[in-house]
Design a protein around this ligand. Sequence first.
Ligand code: AMP
Length: 419
Amino acid sequence: MIQLIRGFKDILPGEVELWQAVETVARELLEDFGFKEIRIPVMERTELFARSIGEDTDIVEKEMYTFPDRKGDLITLRPEATASIVRSYIQHRLHAKDPVQKFYTIGPMFRRERPQKGRYRQFYQINAEIFGVQSGLADVQLIYLLVTLFGRLKVADVKAHINSLGCVRCRPKFKAALSKFLESISDQLCANCKRRKDRNPLRVLDCKVPACRAAMADAPSIIDYLDPECKADFDEVQRLLQVLKVPFVVDKNLVRGLDYYARTTFEIQTESLGAQNAVAGGGRYDGLVSELGGPDIPATGFAIGFDRLTELTGLKADQFYRKPDIFVAALGEKSRLLAFEWVCALGDEGINAELDFGGKSLKSQMKRADRLAAAHVLIVGDDELKKGEAILRNMETKEQVSVPINGLVEIVKGKIIKK
Ligand code: AMP
């Protein structure tokens, strides 16, 4: 038997209802906040991700699904959505009409990471991006939106962690101080960090290896290196979060793995997911639009891990699983055809109606109605046809009523739709 690929998964009925419910809540909230949906392809030219995510990142170095297409062009299954949204914003000159745009997208991402609980090779994200706003108000709105969404989805134990990464003006001084510090503790770092410290020292702050974390406890903090504008921006972000009553902690070791982030960066973390404690992450990426060939337009955004969200939500799939409103049990050729017509017409009326497609006995049809937990059963056989009436049974109360076959669909609809 052919099995699915390691790190990939099926989302089956019984579980998928939860995904749908989470998606509905997220979409409604995003649209209430003025975000417009954008759909982008799952594949792009490799170059787009290499340039936007950065050559020295784990994603580009070892996690991308990259292959030549039949003409030899290198293409990559998207490991994240921001690069594609920026490409689309530039390509379609969406900034020409109004540089301020808010987008969201929901879909699968692909990273060849080591699979474990909460970490998959195909996983899903909800992304939101705000273009054209330099003010920290946009970052605060994104964090507020995330915390509000998690509240609506009954996700417990979440906290916003925030930091500022400064900007191109203040970061070099911090990087220099960090590099000096990293040299002094070099012998305590893992092999990856030894390499990172020379190529991309910021990433060492992000390492999850316990020995590295311990060695980094006294690392310099970027917050001490912010220039006056970046400092004012970060103070304002914190003040506004307090005004909006969003609980947060300043986490000086919070850096994003991607090179184009600036100023506010944030992560929503939870205690309930073990090692994979981040449910959402994001921040400002002011340099990316121009880096990818567009005008100099600031931007900020977030990505929520959809898989992790469904593991954390207090909502349950069975709240949303649709059971048949009615099962039509028919005996005899004529009744079966009539039943089939009714089932189709009822479906058209928004009523979930099932029947037995074979020619099973009444007993086995009733058993199936029970197994499907149908709310009602409609019984029709030769006797009923002769009388011109079918029998409608409420499976919960066991009450039975006769329903005239003439105009049955309308009458049944009236009787079983919950008022
Ligand atoms: P990132 O794009 O790396 O900032 O990730 C944003 C969010 O996506 C994270 O907070 C996770 O919740 C989720 N995520 C990232 N990688 C994976 C993965 N391999 N499997 C499941 N969720 C992931």
